[in-house]
Design a protein. Sequence first.
Length: 407
Amino acid sequence: MSNLYGRRVLLGVTGGIAAYKSPDLVRRLREAGAQVRVAMTAGAMEFVRPLTFQAVSGEPVHHDLLDPAAEAAMGHIELARWADQVLVAPASANFMARLAHGMADDLLTTLCLATEAPIALAPAMNRVMWANAATLANRDLLVRRGIRMIGPGSGDQACGEVGEGRMLDVPDIVAALTGDPAEPGPLDGTRVLVTVGPTREAVDPVRFLSNRSSGRMGFAVAAAARRMGAEVVAVAGPCAVSTPPGVERVDVETAAQMHEAVMARAPGCDIFVGAAAVADYRVAEVPEAKIKKNDDTLTLSLLKNPDILQSVAALPDPPFTVGFAAETHDLRDHAEAKRRRKSLDMIAANWVGRAQGGFEGDENALEVLWEGGGRSLGMQSKAALADALMELVAERYHEERGSQDSR
Ligand code: C5P
């Protein structure tokens, strides 16, 4: 396993007996290529000594928000920025509750609030505590905000009981992070190509035209496809979202570059998802020098960009093709017309210009339409929504391939 290579994992350890497994987790993450720094809560230090983590991580261990010496070495904001993945294992019921309520009353909760890196929790607690309505509500809230739950699993517990709530085994936690699917999934053996984010069209050497796409939905789709067993390539315009584990990323800037990168790869693919907000037009002639603001008005002549999605759907043996549609009114009608016009197998439409959902937020809702059917996917985190969308894609893809094969 090597696809954590170069990744900077901040491992949070909270107070639970499963903390005795966390030094081994550090070792395995490092074997998979990650650089690991550990932040412990006060409760965690009752179970394992910081020195143990220092020895296995090869880095100083962080535990105190208000320790001037530790802050001088690497401040908590710097540490939050350093991480490109936060993993809390074990995550106790108390920690989940504090995180769900946005508390910042110790180093680890503060780091979780201050980081832009994805956060994953491996919960560990007694089965009754896990099944408690308060814990489940906290879990749901965290998942809706895009925090990923790795486990818990079921089985023998340290308290002598048997049930759901034990921390997953270390290799399973590492597998979940690397993106190597732990079990066979519905997209096993398929190749999925996804376009992600905005494109950028130069106006002159310093300016460009672009849009508000964050890339979160596209990368969530790529991550979901990977978890379901596909080999995934994401062709991404400029966006700050980190690449999900196990996904190959091809960075491009303009619509023309995205078109070229996609058309080079689409013929070998089984499924294509056009999640990028591709600029419809580019500047016809980009001057070599910066445009001066001498005149009161400036007229730019724009040329239409190639429609990437339509070009893929028009290939002689096209992959199962899924498009997105962002609409401000008559969502279903416009989306269905677009699906037909572009000869797509499926279209996922969402409202834009409303208070919730759309480009920049963490949540969205989709109306998914295909020939003769459709499904509404309600407002939820983009990660959960991408899972639901890719489940539908897998279902429809197998149904269509099945009927094609028997023709
Ligand atoms: O026609 P419209 O831009 O609304 O269609 C949106 C869908 O088409 C999205 O899936 C988007 O990724 C794709 N698209 C594309 N190339 C373009 C414009 C849109 O692939 N030039």
